[in-house]
Design a binder for this molecule. Structure first.
Ligand SMILES: [Zn+2]
Length: 78
C-alpha cells in the first residue's frame, strides 16, 4: 500500500471554482484522508473532532490544503 489512494493526481474545485495551490498555484493534487482526532485536536471539544478532513497535497510543491466537510469536488486528471 502506498501513501496515497490514487496513482494519478486530481484536480479539485469548490462551488465550481477550481482550487489552486496557495503556494505555487498548481492545480493538481494528491488526495488523502487526514484524521482529526489527533492529540492536538483533543484540546478542542468540537463536533467534528473525531471526523476526518480531506487533505489535498499539491503535486508540484507538496503544500497540504485541509478541508472539513464535503464541499470539495475532485476529478481524476487522466
Ligand atoms: Zn504547490
Amino acid at each position: 500500500m502506498g501513501m496515497f489512494s490514487r496513482s494519478m493526481p486530481v484536480t479539485a474545485s469548490v462551488a465550481d471554482k477550481p482550487i489552486h495551490c496557495l503556494v505555487c498555484g498548481g492545480s493538481e493534487f494528491w488526495d488523502r484522508e487526514i484524521k482529526l482526532n489527533t492529540t492536538g485536536m483533543e484540546l478542542f471539544d468540537m463536533a467534528w473532532a473525531n471526523k476526518s478532513a480531506l487533505g489535498l497535497v499539491c503535486a508540484s510543491c507538496g503544500y497540504v490544503h485541509e478541508f472539513v466537510g464535503d464541499a470539495v469536488q475532485m476529478w481524476e486528471t487522466q
